[in-house]
Design a protein around this ligand. Structure first.
Ligand code: ZN
Length: 504
């Protein structure tokens, strides 16, 4: 009997691992689409991705999975093992969710995601929203269908989709967090206006891109990103993805924006360290996956902002910059670059936003995507309302759709309910950084000596290695002793930026 039950876990594990292998092959095709693929190959690539998504979905929803799950639930040896029982619990959750979606919808979505993304890129380059509008209308319709399949009881469409990215989080909880956060961020922006803005000339110095690349690679190495199980390439929009055992990062270079290249690289390497911190032996199971996108983003933002925008980091980094960037550094110093990296200026583009205004960009998208999903906002009206909210929240006028509602790839890829995970990431990052600082006895002294291993290993121990064992809210409580709050984030910003702006 026991042996037979043991067999069910093993059979289930092998079955799920084969499904995961299909997904990892799709991840490689998607990575290639963004980094290498010639433009004429797009239609067939969409078919390839749709085919793999459908096969993976067939495996995950195989009727035998329910039998194996039931056998595992009745097996005391599986239940007594915390790791195996967690995998079974999470496989059951994933199976229940996947069986709510018809294979035809999964196929249609995967194909549309690939094609709409390419249509978005063209529309954006031509600044032509009307060209993208039919694709987005079709995408919204399919997302509504998907949400209607997934949602339970009175759950809203937005909540049903958001749960895929941030388990347990709802729009109501987010509104409670976002309301006071918005008030304090707007007040902070106004307060900084009375101070001394940093000189940010270094951000615009022209520097050879090859030199920039050597510099940012040196920083990613110092962070501990493992080149034996990872790569760093270039793409128009930086991202990080896992392809089987290895982790792919991309970054971007402009001749006159070295701080952007550095920030993007540290951000993506922070994601990469999370992926590399998962146990290799758990790959293909829930314990080998990141718990949520909010927690994922906390890792990237922690390295990008709490490390890369700190005074201590720049005391270590400045000699590295001088070594790799040469004469471009003449006339600047560590303190000046630290201040330049912390300039606050409301801007049009989310990915270029400073730490103090970034979350206002997210709040705009959070409002709009809820309205698109519940049907109260027509796609045709999107540019008008986007521009209105940018005026209200950021106080700036949007000159065109390229710099407005066409700037982000997410909705074209079918990512609805996703944007708020960026703000959650900022909040989690600040709370984790404060806890690490307490426990490790002062991170600043370590950073100025180039010692990043204690922080990296602390994150691995506290967060990475658990995979999906704990839900985000529980993980936050275990790591920091407190539920998620915007307080550590606001304290971090108000004290750092107050000093940078000479306001005490
Ligand atoms: Zn990120």
């Amino acid at each position: 009997m026991g042996l037979c039950m043991q067999g069910s876990y093993q059979t289930l594990l092998e079955h799920q691992r084969r499904a995961w292998l299909l997904g990892s092959a799709a991840a490689l095709l998607a990575w290639d689409q963004e980094t290498q693929m010639p433009p004429g190959a797009g239609d067939v690539r969409a078919e390839q991705l749709a085919q793999l998504a459908e096969l993976q979905h067939q495996r995950i929803t195989d009727p035998r999975v329910a039998d194996w799950l039931a056998a595992c639930a009745g097996d005391a040896s599986v239940q007594a093992d915390p790791e195996r029982s967690a995998n079974v619990r999470l496989w059951r959750l994933d199976h229940a969710r996947a069986t709510k979606l018809p294979g035809s919808l999964v196929h249609a979505l995967a194909e549309l995601e690939s094609k709409a993304q390419q249509a978005w890129a063209t529309a954006r380059s031509k600044d032509d929203f009307r060209r993208f509008q039919p694709w987005l209308e079709r995408m919204v319709a399919l997302q509504q269908q998907k949400a209607d399949c997934l949602r339970t009881g009175t759950q809203s469409r937005w909540d049903a989709l958001a749960d895929l990215y941030e388990p347990g989080m709802t729009a109501a909880q987010l509104r409670e967090l976002f309301g006071p956060l918005r008030t304090r961020l707007v007040a902070l922006r106004q307060h900084l206006g009375t101070g001394q803005a940093p000189d940010d000339r270094f951000s615009r110095v022209v520097i050879d891109q090859a030199a920039q690349e050597v510099f940012v690679r040196a920083v990613a190495n110092a962070m501990g990103f493992d080149g034996k199980l990872g790569r760093l390439d270039r793409s128009a929009h930086p991202f990080c993805t896992r392809v089987g055992a290895d982790v792919r990062l991309t970054t971007r270079f402009h001749r006159d924006r070295v701080l952007d290249a550095l920030g993007s690289t540290m951000h993506e390497a922070g994601h990469g360290l999370y992926e590399q911190g998962l146990e290799l032996g758990n790959l293909g199971t829930p314990l080998g996956e990141a718990v949520s996108l909010g927690i994922h983003e906390s890792q990237s933002r922690l390295w990008e902002n709490h490390v890369g925008r700190s005074a201590a980091f720049w005391r270590w980094c400045w000699p590295q910059a001088q070594q790799h960037l040469g004469r471009a550094c003449d006339g600047h110093d560590a303190e000046g670059i630290y201040r330049a990296a912390n300039l606050v200026r409301p801007s049009l583009i989310r990915v270029e936003a400073d730490e103090a205004t970034y979350d206002l960009h997210i709040m705009v998208r959070f409002e709009l995507e809820q309205a698109l999903l519940d049907g109260s906002l027509a796609v045709a009206e999107l540019p008008y309302h986007w521009n209105r909210l940018y005026r209200d929240y950021l106080g700036i006028a949007v000159p065109d759709d390229r710099n407005g509602c066409l700037q982000d790839v997410h909705w074209s890829c079918g990512l609805f309910g996703y944007f708020p995970t960026y703000t959650l990431g900022n909040l989690y990052a600040a709370q984790f950084a404060a806890a690490a600082d307490r426990e490790l006895g002062g991170l600043a002294r370590q950073f100025e000596n180039g010692q990043f291993a204690p922080l990296r290993e602390w994150l691995r121990r506290q967060i990475h290695r658990h995979g999906r064992l704990y839900e985000p809210a529980e993980l936050c409580l275990r790591v920091t002793g407190q539920p998620l709050s915007s307080q550590p984030f606001l304290q971090h910003l108000e004290s750092k930026l107050g000093r940078v702006y000479g306001l005490g």
